[in-house]
Design a binder for this molecule. Sequence first.
Ligand SMILES: *Cc1c(COP(=O)(O)O)cnc(C)c1O
Length: 487
Amino acid sequence: MTSDTPENNSLDPEDWDSFRAQAHTLLDACLDHLQHARDQPWQPVPQPVRDSYALPDTGTGTDTASLVAALRDTMLPYATGNTHPRFFGWVHGSGMAEGVLAEMVAATMNSNCGGRDHGMVYVERAVIDWTRRQMGFPDTASGVLVAGTSQATVIALGTARLRALGAGVRQTGNQDRRLIAYAGAGVHSATSKAIELLGIGNANLRLLPETGEGLDVEALRDQIARDRAQGGLPFALIGTAGSVNFGRYDNLNALADVAAAEQIWLHVDGAFGAWTRLADAPWRALSDGIGRADSIACDFHKWMYVPYDCGLVLIRNEAEHRAAFAARPSYLAPLGEGLAGGDPWYCDYGTDLSRGNRALKVWTAIRAHGAQNLGAAITANCRAAARMGALIEATPRLALAVPVVSNVVVFTADDTLDAAAQSDLNIYLAQKLQMTGEVVFSTTLADMPSGSGITCLRAAITNHRTAPDDIVRAIAAVADFRPSGPA
Ligand SMILES: *Cc1c(COP(=O)(O)O)cnc(C)c1O
């Protein structure tokens, strides 16, 4: 400590009254942003704004008024744009106003949710229990909130590996056992990454052919038999509820039958599609059978509209879950009461010791809207996708690449062109429509009846702000922005 540094060097505001006044203006700016989300599409970040983000190496910081101005004027306008009602790219949740309240309280409390005895671990338990019931898991199941489905998949498959190799895997690693996992060809890259991280190697993730009803169960049975005959150790079957490319659903009951007969772990990647559990018919049935899985990964930050980031892994067998991840050195030893009580600690269910408060924003969303209204929003998104699909089919030269199953729509802007020209046009349109702020589609590769391997436009509707007219406007924009005449 240098001589001119006071010993009482608190970083709290010196003048709380002025800080409070500034904070109130910022809260208003945040709420204005959401209230007028329709006027706030994504926009590129101008170079001077980017330059303004650079941080000085030295100095004593800035006053609250300048700080608040920077947050309001140089940060808020340059978001990903997924709060806008015509943002349909990738699979992005649209966030909710209650999230602002929950995050404000969570930041104030600054709880460490790795464990110990305090309110937020009970809130997390309430969130896990609620989801467990929606998914049809037993009350003995365990779970932990994580950054997203990617992390949830690592935890789920890590637990599956422990079942296959025994608790000794934590000491010895995989040794020479050739673990093999199975999934449909459309499985998300998160599964491949998890397999890699667990030292299994993605060559041991068998990608099976898919039909309209998801992965081909006959091909799966045959592949498992071949792998066993060659000394492999089939350990996990990954079912997909809502594939990221086309929104397809595996037949989870059929997969559960195979997993039971073959004695292998069934994990369901339900990042967004698991939430069809809350939707009306016919969409709810897409995730039938999910409750028979050994583990489920799902996200609150996509189709539950909760602000980023928040996913969940649910594990049917708590003992296996804990056996795979529990690690409590003496400084973390549990005590009967006091702060070190509150067992179980969430650090024993995953990779993180220190953990932020992800539970409160989920709890707030569910408390604010209830399963019924959240489900109604999900159903409305499925209806919007169906409407988008119908409009595409009714518009000259637009064509669907695959049937619309739930909330994902993949299409080409002009099926009269050759394959390369269609790809070029779709890529052009995706960028043009984003740059104008009109609508955000992303792109993906699909086989069209008119030609294979076409880069198509893709919408994943997980947006509670999307009104019926937004769908009409989005498809009209695609048609209108097409260059007229031959390409
Ligand atoms: C988004 C997604 C993932 C990855 O989840 P993150 O929350 O982004 O980590 C995995 N699977 C599917 C089907 C997804 O849509």
